[in-house]
Ligand binder design. Structure first.
Ligand SMILES: NC(=O)c1ccc[n+]([C@@H]2O[C@H](COP(=O)([O-])OP(=O)(O)OC[C@H]3O[C@@H](n4cnc5c(N)ncnc54)[C@H](O)[C@@H]3O)[C@@H](O)[C@H]2O)c1
Length: 263
């Protein structure tokens, strides 16, 4: 029996990348999964999961819009009658120069990465309370709270904020039997990271990916499914005494004190 058997789970940003891996692992673990993302592709991906024998629906939703999140919660209730798990994974990352970038660059990250999680939680928590409790998992990052590279000011600001939001919600809803934890991925091979690789080495993005891999102690980037396994654990009753935590999943990339010593 899967560790999420009988649970209804919403996953945002589920059309590709880490969210698609989370949605697939949740489905494999027995959850009924509501996949949410902005574009049409999320509907196709939900269909793909159904054709693989899983219970899933797709909903188009822009997490930066509260009404869209409320409609997402309603769609989940209409389809499955309850919500036990919310996985807030949708996010954006665009690198930029702090001094020259327009402030709309900062605001777009705040709108999706912070307000998007805020909106989804606000829209869905009443249903989790009505179900008698459940779990929320938030995708933060090692970037912001632990590390940062040039160009990541907007992204790092928002991802660090999610650690604070995780702890605040964990505290506020503990007495409603809702556990709230976040995952902090290092480099996971997704369209987002492939886009960053194209930005940093337009002539040979694969070279940029390999450079990242060689700096990771485990020697490779992570996969969306590996993040999905961690999220499934945090969402499941196996993690029943875990709340307010941040789980680093980075192949050891934040371990080296410097990149040059000990070589
Ligand atoms: N890939 C990594 O190495 C990495 C590392 C740390 C954290 N993260 C975080 O993991 C999450 C997923 O990243 P990814 O690499 O899979 O990215 P991705 O670009 O491959 O996928 C992002 C997903 O979020 C959705 N999305 C974006 N804006 C949205 C909005 N306004 N409303 C609804 N959905 C929206 C997209 O449709 C897509 O499904 C993000 O929060 C990202 O910050 C990624």
């Amino acid at each position: 029996m899967g560790k999420l058997e009988g649970k209804v789970a919403i996953v945002t940003g589920a059309s590709k990348g880490i969210g698609s891996g989370i949605a697939r692992v949740f489905a494999q673990q027995g959850a009924k999964v509501v996949l949410a993302a902005r574009g049409e592709h999320v509907l196709k991906y939900a269909e793909e999961l159904r054709s693989d024998g899983y219970d899933a629906i797709g909903v188009r939703c822009d997490v930066s819009d509260y009404d869209s999140c409320k409609a997402l919660a309603q769609a989940a209730l209409d389809a499955y009658g309850r919500i036990d798990v919310l996985d807030c994974n949708a996010g954006i990352c665009v690198l930029g120069d702090f001094l020259t970038k327009d402030d709309s660059w900062r605001d777009s990250h705040i709108d999706v990465n912070i307000k998007g999680v805020w909106n989804a939680c606000k829209a869905v928590i009443p249903s989790i309370i009505a179900a008698g409790g459940g779990a929320i998992v938030i995708t933060s990052s090692v970037t912001g709270d632990m590390v940062a590279d040039p160009g990541e000011a907007a992204y790092a600001t928002t991802k660090a904020a999610l650690v604070g939001l995780t702890k605040a919600l964990a505290r506020e809803f503990a007495d409603k039997n809702i556990r709230v934890n976040c995952i902090c991925p290092g480099y996971i091979r997704t369209p987002l990271v492939e886009g960053m690789a194209r930005q940093s080495d337009p002539d040979n993005p694969e070279r940029a990916i390999q450079a990242i891999a060689s700096a990771v102690p485990l020697g490779r980037l992570g996969t969306p499914e590996e993040c999905g396994e961690l999220c499934a654990f945090l969402a499941s009753d196996e993690a029943s005494y875990l709340t307010g935590t941040q789980m680093v999943i980075d192949g050891g990339s934040t371990l080296p004190e410097t990149t040059s010593m000990g070589q």
